[in-house]
Each structure stands twice: as C-alpha cells, then as structure tokens.
Design a protein around this ligand. Structure first.
Ligand code: NAD
Ligand code: TYD
Length: 339
C-alpha cells in the first residue's frame, strides 16, 4: 500500500512518517511538502535513503503537480498534515492560511476523487470548537460541539473540515477527520509554546508568557496522536469525526515553570507580555468516542513525555539551533519586539 503524507517535514507529519514506517514496514510512504519556514528536511534525513520512502517537494495547492504525483504513485491513503499551523502568524497574515489550509485540502480531495484513493484523512484540530470557560471544568469538546473558531488559523481548519464532510456527502469520498488537542514532543518548531520556552531557557533569554499565563491547553504526546490516526485509518468509518486527547489540561504558566525546574533555570526568566488577540481560554477534549469505537487510549503520561521532550531538545541542539539562527529570528523580532 502507498500512503501519501502531506506536510511530512513538519512536526507531527515527520513523527507520523517515522511511526508509520516502523509500524507498517511493508508500506511505501510518499511525503509531499512545500518546505515552508516550518518544514525541515533534516528531520527526515535518516529516511531519505530508504527504498520504501520518497520525499517530494511541492505545494498542495498546485493542482497540476498534485495530479501528476497521484497519477505516478496512486496512493491508497492520503493523510493531510500540510498546513500553516501557528495561530500568532495567522493573526499577522491570514491569507496564506486560507490558501494552504482550505484550497490545498480541496485540491488533495479532488485528486483523491479523480485517482480513486480509498481514504482521505484530514488532520484537524480541537481549535475548531473555539474555547471553553476556565470556571467550568465539567465542560469538554465532543464531536457534536458546534464549530466556533476564534482565530484565522482555526477558522481555516474548520473550513477544511466542512469541505471534507461535504465531499463525503456529495461525492461519497471516503474521508475521516481527527481533531486533536495540543501536541508536544521531538521536532516541534521552536515558535510553539513548549520548544520556544525550552530554547529560550537554555539561552537564558526571557520566556514570554501571554497575559496572565492562566490559559489552559490539553497536551498530548505526539506519538499518541500518530497511533490515533493509525486507528482511525484502519477502523474509523468514513464520514466520521474523532476527537483525540488524553485528559491532560495544564495552565501555560505551570508548563513554563515545569520546564524551568527541569532545566534548573530561575523563574525570574519569565516575562508576562501583552495577551494574544482573541486568545482562547481553555481547550479540553472528550476522547470517549475514539476510545469506545476504536479502543484508542494515550500511552504516554505527561510527566514522562515532557521529560523525554526536554531531554530531546537538550540532546538535539543542532536541529533547533539551525532554525533559531535563520528566518525565524526576523519573525521573532516582529512578534516580540516592543511587546
Ligand atoms: P507544522 O507547521 O510543524 O508543519 C506543517 C508542514 O506543512 C511543514 O512541513 C510545511 O512545510 C508544510 N506545508 C505548509 N504549507 C504547505 C503547502 N502549501 N504544501 C505542502 N506543504 C506545506 O505543523 P504541525 O504542528 O506538524 O501540524 C500538522 C497538522 O496537524 C496541521 O494540519 C495542524 O493544523 C494539525 N494539528 C496540530 C496540532 C499541534 O499541536 N501542533 C494539534 C492538532 C492538530
Ligand atoms: P501555541 O503553542 O502557539 O499553541 P496554540 O495557540 O495553538 O494552543 O500556544 C500554546 C499556549 O501558549 C497558548 O495559550 C498561547 C501560549 N503562548 C505563550 O504564552 N507564549 C508564547 O510565546 C507562545 C508561542 C504561546
């Protein structure tokens, strides 16, 4: 079987490709990635020589290139990770989010129809549900929670979900959708909370915490997300949405303090900065459906996963220092200079 993984040079896609080649060594994996600022081919370098792995640089919005790749590879399954994924960047410049996250998903689904893929899986996010209040811990996102996106990023992801469901209903395209909570683990680009705080702490730079740091995210180790997608591909019914999360809600400030403690750095590095516009207060996933229907449960406890992640960033400084020294720095100045 050939599986096409788009966005596989990014954080979750790269972890997924490694996971898939281990779990399904007889499959062929083709990765299509544009290598935007967030894509890093060095993450996939160890796989590049393998016979059952192919990397193709390309844009999911480029219909001719996508069709040509489908014609050549005839993927049975397509998993779409390719996206602009950073909320702060979407607030700065929404246009590219609409292009990649909505139009790109549409181009891939058209190719799936044209070349007869037996599954299109859209990797979505819990952010499509908007946020939950901080003082109602009883409330969780279920698959029937109405879509209520807050940022241009989450609105673009919600749009792709609606398009996928419309392709299922209208054309019978066998789509599935996963809506996962915040991921953490190796190879995450150091603009997202956890790797940014680790990198800054190691360099004795300030740790910029938005607002009061009381916003809550529901963290899942990236490998558990990969296993959830595998479970959906093998057992999930087409047309269905699956929420993915591990009941692991944490306040941002507590994550930042935990990272500082683990690195033996002082809390005086924390700096509270102006809040993100439209900042979602709390995300919390109810994963009852994927557990009941597909038997999926997370395997990594947060204490273990965060320790492993901090150690990974310590042992793989070359990977992220290369990133931090590049284009990322200009972005960093724009985002935090004068804040
Ligand atoms: P990422 O930003 O690390 O990686 C995105 C990848 O997509 C990069 O390799 C980039 O080069 C590629 N890409 C961007 N535009 C492209 C285009 N037009 N054509 C081809 N490739 C393109 O993102 P991530 O954190 O790995 O997230 C992957 C997916 O999972 C996204 O769809 C995101 O919405 C979703 N998601 C992420 C999280 C999270 O916590 N990171 C949680 C839930 C869902
Ligand atoms: P992020 O990793 O950008 O993920 P998302 O916004 O998609 O959940 O941010 C996680 C949380 O951390 C979010 O509440 C915003 C906050 N945050 C900071 O406080 N400081 C930062 O520098 C960043 C990047 C995020």
């Amino acid at each position: 079987m050939t599986i096409l993984v788009t966005g596989g040079a990014g954080f979750i896609g790269a972890n997924f490709i490694r996971y898939w080649l281990d779990a399904h060594p007889l499959d062929r994996v083709v990765c299509l990635d544009k290598l935007t600022y967030a894509g890093n081919l060095s993450t996939l370098r160890p796989l590049l020589g393998r016979e059952n792995f192919r990397f193709v640089r390309g844009d999911i919005c480029d219909r001719d290139a996508v069709d040509a790749l489908f014609e050549e590879e005839r993927p049975g399954v397509v998993v779409n990770f390719a996206a602009e994924s950073h909320v702060d960047r979407s607030i700065e410049d929404p246009g590219v989010f609409l292009r990649t996250n909505v139009l790109g998903a549409g181009v891939l689904m058209d190719a799936c129809r044209k070349f007869g893929a037996r599954r299109f899986h859209q990797v979505s996010t819990d952010e499509v549900y908007g946020d939950l209040p901080l003082d109602r811990p009883d409330l969780l996102f279920s698959e029937t929670t109405p879509i209520h996106a807050s940022s241009p990023y989450s609105a673009s992801k919600a749009s792709a979900d609606l398009l996928a469901l419309a392709y299922f209903r209208t054309y019978g395209l066998p789509v599935t959708i996963s809506r996962c909570s915040n991921n953490y683990g190796p190879y995450q680009f150091p603009e997202k909370l956890i790797p940014l705080m680790i990198a800054n702490a190691l360099a004795d730079r300030e740790l910029p915490v938005y607002g009061t740091g009381e916003n809550v995210r529901d963290w899942l180790y990236v490998e558990d997300h990969c296993r959830a997608i595998d479970a959906i591909l093998s057992g999930g019914r087409p047309g269905e949405i699956f929420n993915v999360g591990g009941h692991n809600e944490m306040r941002n400030i507590d994550i930042v303090r935990l990272i500082l403690r683990r690195l033996g750095k002082p809390e005086s590095l924390i700096r509270f900065v102006a809040d993100r516009k439209g900042h979602d207060l709390r995300y919390a996933i109810d994963p009852a459906k994927i557990h009941a229907e597909l038997g999926w449960l997370p395997e990594t406890r947060f204490e273990d996963g965060i320790a492993r992640t901090v150690d990974w960033y310590l042992e793989n400084r070359g990977w992220w220092e290369e990133i931090v020294s590049g284009e990322y720095r200009n972005y960093y100045e724009r985002m935090y200079g004068g804040r």
